[in-house]
Write a protein that binds this ligand. Structure first.
Ligand code: PEP
Ligand code: MN
Length: 339
C-alpha cells in the first residue's frame, strides 16, 4: 500500500502517521519527492482501511499495490533512484559507462586497458576474476589474485571496479575490495546469494537472467533490497530467443518497461547481448536512445588472444569512437555522462 501525502506536509506529521502504521506491524519506507512525500507500507495490509487513512487531513491519496515487488516499485518511490558507486552516480540523469575485459588476465593487461578506457571516458572498470563458464575446462578466472589486480588498476586510474560475485563464500572479501558487486545472469535467481548480498553495504549490479521476465528480475532486486541493501542497478544483457545468429537478443523494450515498473537505474550490456564486436556499437546506440542509464562494455587490447569472450570484445580505440557517438546521443536523451 502507498500513502501519498499532500504537498508541504511537515515532517512531524509524516512521522506521526508512520508510527501509527508501525504500531500495526507494518514496515514503512518514506520517500521525499520534490513535490510531496510518499509512504510505502510493507506487510499484511489487508486489515488496513483506506477510508480510515484518508481521514488524516495531510493525506492526498491511498493506493493498493498489486505487484509482488514493493521496495523496487515505482509506486513506492516515484522518482528515479540514483545509485552512488564510490562517487560515481548512476541514474536520475547520470549516465555511467563501465568498460574493461571479460576477465582479468594479468597485471599488464588490466592496468593498460584500464588506462585506455579511462582516457576515452569510462567511469568504471569491469573485469571478471571469478568467471561463470559453461565448460569446466575453460579458463575459470584468476580468482582472488584477479581481485587484487583490479584493485591495483583502480589505484592507477582512480576508477571504481565492478566484478562478479558467484558465491556467498566471498562476500566478505568483496565487501572489502569491490566497489560494485555484479550478480551475473546465471545467478540472478540464486536466492541464497541474493540474501547475502542484501546484507552487504556495497551497491549491486544485477544482471537479467538468461530467460527471465521483468517481474522475476525485479523480484530478485527485491530480495536484495528486502535485506537492507537498496543500492541496486539493473542490467539488461540480452535474453535467449529462437534466434541463434546472435548470442542473445537485446530486449530494448526492457529499458522503458523497467522504468515504468521500477525506480531503479538500468544499464545495458551490448557485448553479451549480441556476442560479436561488430554488434556492440549499434546495440549500445539503441540502448542509449531507449533511455538507458549507462553501459557495460567488454574492451580488450588483444581480442584475438583474450582468454574469454574475445569475439565480442572491442578494442580501446573502437571504444573511443563509440564513446563519441554515445556522448552525442546522451545530449538528445537529456543525460550527463559521469566520470
Ligand atoms: C560478464 O559480464 O562477464 C558475464 C559473465 O555476463 P552475464 O552474466 O550477463 O553472462
Ligand atoms: Mn564476458
Amino acid at each position: 500500500m502507498v500513502v501519498i501525502m499532500k504537498p508541504g506536509t511537515q515532517p512531524e506529521e509524516i512521522r506521526k502517521l508512520a508510527e501509527k502504521f508501525e504500531a500495526m506491524d507494518l514496515k514503512v519506507g518514506v520517500t521525499k519527492g520534490v513535490g510531496c512525500s510518499v509512504l510505502g507500507l510493507i506487510g499484511d495490509t489487508t486489515h488496513v482501511s483506506e477510508n480510515e487513512i484518508m481521514r488524516n487531513e495531510h493525506v492526498e491519496r491511498v493506493m493498493r499495490v498489486q505487484e509482488p515487488y514493493k521496495k523496487a516499485n515505482r509506486k513506492f518511490h516515484p522518482e528515479d533512484s540514483v545509485v552512488n558507486v564510490n562517487g560515481i552516480k548512476v541514474g536520475g540523469g547520470n549516465f555511467a559507462v563501465m568498460a574493461g575485459p571479460c576477465s582479468v588476465e594479468s597485471r599488464e593487461q588490466i592496468t593498460s586497458i584500464a588506462r585506455e578506457v579511462k582516457g576515452y571516458g569510462a567511469a568504471m572498470l569491469r573485469g571478471g576474476a571469478f568467471k561463470p563458464r559453461t565448460s569446466p575446462y575453460s579458463f575459470q578466472g584468476m580468482g582472488v589474485e584477479g581481485l587484487d589486480l583490479l584493485m591495483e588498476a583502480k589505484q592507477a586510474t582512480g576508477m571504481p571496479i565492478v566484478t562478479e560475485l558467484m558465491s556467498p563464500y566471498y562476500c566478505e572479501l568483496f565487501e572489502e575490495k569491490v566497489d560494485l558487486v555484479q550478480i551475473g545472469a546465471r545467478n540472478m535467481q540464486n536466492f541464497e546469494l541474493l540474501k547475502e548480498v542484501g546484507k552487504m553495504s556495497k551497491p549491486v549490479l544485477l544482471k537479467r537472467g538468461l530467460a527471465n521476465t521483468y517481474e522475476e528480475w525485479i523480484m530478485s532486486a527485491e530480495y536484495i533490497m528486502a535485506g537492507g541493501n537498496e543500492n541496486v542497478i539493473l542490467c539488461e544483457r540480452g535474453v535467449r530467443t529462437f534466434e541463434t545468429y546472435t548470442r542473445n537478443t537485446l530486449d530494448v523494450a526492457a529499458i522503458p518497461a523497467i522504468k515504468r515498473m521500477s525506480h531503479l537505474p538500468i544499464v545495458v550490456d551490448p557485448s553479451h547481448s549480441g556476442g560479436y564486436a561488430w554488434l556492440v556499437e549499434p546495440l549500445a546506440m539503441a540502448a542509449v536512445a531507449a533511455g538507458a542509464d549507462g553501459l557495460i562494455i567488454e574492451v580488450h587490447n588483444d581480442p584475438k588472444h583474450a582468454k574469454c569472450d574475445g569475439q565480442q570484445c572491442i578494442t580501446p580505440s573502437q571504444f573511443g569512437g563509440l564513446m563519441q557517438k554515445v556522448e552525442a546521443l546522451t545530449q538528445i536523451t537529456g543525460k550527463t555522462i559521469v566520470h
